[in-house]
Each structure stands twice: as C-alpha cells, then as structure tokens.
Design a protein around this ligand. Structure first.
Ligand code: NAI
Ligand code: 3PY
Length: 383
C-alpha cells in the first residue's frame, strides 16, 4: 500500500473530488474549481515526478477528475474511484495511453491555444543563443576570462539572408518560421506531411527590402541539406522518433544550428553527442531530451550545445492559461458540458473576471469523439 501523500485542500466540503498532482501557476484555476462545488486536493509533495503508487494513493477510492501522466493502471483506478475526467497541463499527450483512457471511459483533456507563441519564442531564443554562442560567452565573462576585445572572440553565425528550415510546420513551427523571417529576414524551407497553408498565406511586408524566399521541401533531407538553422516542431509519434539520426546529421551543414523544442526522442541524442564532438562549429539548442530529466552522457560537456530544462511554454501568461484550461476540462466533463468548437481559440476561457463558457475547452480524445478528431488536435507530452 502506498504511503499517504501530502496535499493541500480547497473547499473541503465540495461535492466533486478533483486532484491536481502538481501545484499549477495562478489562482484562477483553483477558484474556478472551488466555486463550482469541487473539493480540490493539490499534491504538495516535493518530488517532481510521482510514482504510479503515489498517484494511486492520491486517487484513493473516490475521485472525479485528475491532472497527470498516465496508462491502464491509473486510468482503471480512476474509473474505480468514479472518475470520468483527466487533463494534461500540456498540448501534448504522448504521456497518455489514450486507448487505456478510452477503455476506462475517461476523457483526456489538453491545453492548446495558449502555448504557440511562447514555445516559438523559446525556439527562436535557442536559435539565437546557439548561433551567437551566447551561453559560452556568458560563462567566459563570468569566469573572469575576458581581457579585451579580440577579432576572433566568440565568432558565430549571421542569420540575415541565411535559410531557416522548419520540420513540422504546424502551429508552433509556423509561428517560429514567421518570427525568423520577419525578425531576421531569413529565407524559409519547410517540410511537413501536409502543405502549411497558415504559413504559405504569410508574406513579408518588408518596406522596400529584398523579399525573403520560401519553399516547401519535397523531403526532409532537402531541409537538412539546405538550411543554416533548423528547428524541429513535429508531434512525437512512430514517424518522428529518432527523425534526426546519424545519417541525417551527416547531411547537415557543418556549421548548422539545430533546435529542438518539440520532444526529446525526435533526436537520437547519443548520435547527436557524437556529432557535436566531431563538428565543433555545429551547434544545438535543446529544450527537450530523450530521457528527461536526464541528458545522454557527454551532452553536458559540449560547449556547442545550449540546454534548457523544458521551459518552452514557461511564460506566466501561458502557464496560468494552461492551468485554467486543464481545470476547465475536468470541470466541464464533471458537469457534462459539451466540447468547445475550436480548441485553438480559447480566449473566452481565459478572461480573468468573466464566467467561462459552459464547455470543455479541449478534450483531445474520448470515446465519442476520438476517431473524429483530425491529427492536428492530437498532441504529445514529454517522455
Ligand atoms: N517544449 C515544450 O515545452 C513544448 C513542446 N510542444 C511540442 O511541439 C510539437 C508541435 O506542437 P504544435 O505545433 O502545437 O502541433 P501541430 O499539430 O500544430 O503541428 C505539428 C506538425 O507536425 C507535422 N508532422 C507530423 N508528423 C510529421 C513528420 N513525420 N514529418 C514532418 N512533420 C510532421 C504535422 O503535420 C503538423 O503540421 C508537439 O510535439 C508538442 O507536444 C508543444 C508545446 C510546448
Ligand atoms: O504542452 C506541451 O506539450 C509541453 O511540452 C508543455 O510545455
């Protein structure tokens, strides 16, 4: 039997028991649940990742809704406890065994609509940090090694006029592409399984400047060969696992910059470390890792890698929005509300002082609608 888990309780006499396995940013999500007859239990354990036993202890023998990362054991426990709702605080849900959720009649919520720009901005930051060697230079400065301007000191890559490559030109990939085109006047080449109309409709209104060029590549290899900066934004699934492997690394330019703010396993990280060792001018910016929270051996020693701990969606507005949407997914399901028409247009749920619509903002998959949703609504969480 799992040991008791420490929790903080809001509205103890609430009719519905909702458990959050993590403390989430902001307070609106708490108010929304507590004001709607939910007894909210927030796990206050210090550990970042809870074990299956920890979560079983949290579910107990009566629970109406929950937010975490799961499979059959936990979904069947949630079902036995009378639960019907689960929400990730993420757009992605590759942490969720959707089939197991379906078998147990549990709806799976996620939180699109608030992450796109924040995540794209982090990818753009990593692109710049890697191209201009910001982290190396910062460490050098702090170590007291700077003793005067030198022509060769931390020479990096100019972005203007170079080519940015995007693999997976969905919401985030397209937003990132626009930032790099508009901000740095880069030319674009992208690869996606589908034509990205949202990206192709966009054009540079550059007052009198040379317009940038853009094209959709026939193959991913074309992007890897041609681009100077490549950013990965696909979902993680069987088709994208180890998308960047030794063969594909080998065809990239020796001084290319590779950015990953999608999912760690999209890159074969062991192969990447070898490539970084062999090609000191090849640089990467990584927000996600194959075995999060760990890095593959050797990566931490590579000066040509900028690494950050999965913070792409970490802006205050986004994280508070994610918390609100996750809570409203669970609440909406408990109340029997329908699913909101467009999970990417969620502003009505985010208005601070307004009553949110009587709908679940984004139920990515449940028994009734699972097959009907297009792939664009299926997202994946880390690990
Ligand atoms: N690092 C972080 O904190 C965050 C990471 N993400 C991750 O970013 C990724 C993209 O998110 P969105 O843009 O919202 O999703 P999206 O669904 O709008 O875009 C994904 C794109 O990838 C394309 N794609 C799928 N398989 C492909 C393949 N084999 N080759 C090339 N393209 C392929 C799809 O056609 C789609 O256009 C997801 O993995 C998501 O979980 C999202 C938010 C935050
Ligand atoms: O939303 C997601 O998929 C995340 O990775 C959270 O930042």
């Amino acid at each position: 039997m799992a040991k008791p888990i420490s929790i903080e309780v809001w509205n103890p006499s609430g009719k519905y028991r909702v458990v959050s396995t993590k403390s989430m940013p902001g307070t609106r999500w708490i108010r929304l649940l507590a004001d709607n007859d939910c007894r909210l239990e927030i796990c206050t354990e210090k550990k970042t990742i809870l074990s299956v036993d920890d979560i079983l202890a949290l579910i107990g023998d009566r629970c109406d809704g929950l937010t975490e990362e799961w499979g059959e054991v936990l979904f069947s426990a949630l079902k036995r406890a009378g639960g019907t709702a689960f929400s990730n605080m993420a757009v992605g849900y590759n942490n969720v065994d959707v089939e197991a959720a379906n078998r147990n009649g549990i709806a799976v919520g996620n939180t699109p609509g608030v992450l796109t720009e924040t995540t794209a901005e982090l990818a753009a930051s990593l692109s710049l940090a890697a191209a201009r060697r910001i982290v190396e230079a910062d460490q050098f400065m702090r170590a007291g090694l700077y003793d005067g301007w030198l022509p060769h000191l931390f020479v990096g890559n100019l972005l203007k006029g170079q080519t940015v490559g995007v693999i997976g030109a969905g919401r985030i990939g397209s937003a990132y592409a626009r930032m790099m085109i508009e901000g740095f006047k880069m030319n674009l080449i992208y690869y996606d399984l589908y034509q990205s109309t949202r990206l192709e409709k966009f054009f540079l209104k550059a007052n009198g400047e040379e317009p940038v060029t853009w094209k959709r590549a026939a193959t991913m290899e074309d992007v890897l060969r041609e681009a100077d900066v490549i950013s990965l934004h696909p979902v993680l699934d069987k088709t994208t696992y180890h998308l960047i492997n030794p063969e594909r690394l080998a065809i990239m330019k020796k001084e290319a910059v590779l950015v990953n703010a999608s999912r760690g396993p999209v890159i074969d990280e062991v192969a990447l470390v070898e490539h970084l060792k062999a090609n000191p001018m090849f640089r990467v910016g990584l927000d996600v890792f194959e075995d999060e929270p760990y890095m593959k051996p050797g990566l931490a020693d590579m000066k040509n890698a900028v690494v950050v701990p999965h913070i792409a969606s970490a802006s205050k507005w986004t994280r508070e929005g994610m918390a609100t949407l996750a809570a409203l997914n669970v609440l909406g399901k408990i109340k029997g509300y329908p699913v909101w028409g467009n999970p990417n247009l969620v502003e009505p749920f985010l208005k601070e002082d307004a009553t949110p619509p009587a709908a679940c903002p984004s139920i990515a998959c449940h028994r009734q609608n699972c097959k009907k949703r297009s792939s664009v609504d299926l997202f994946y969480w880390v690990n």
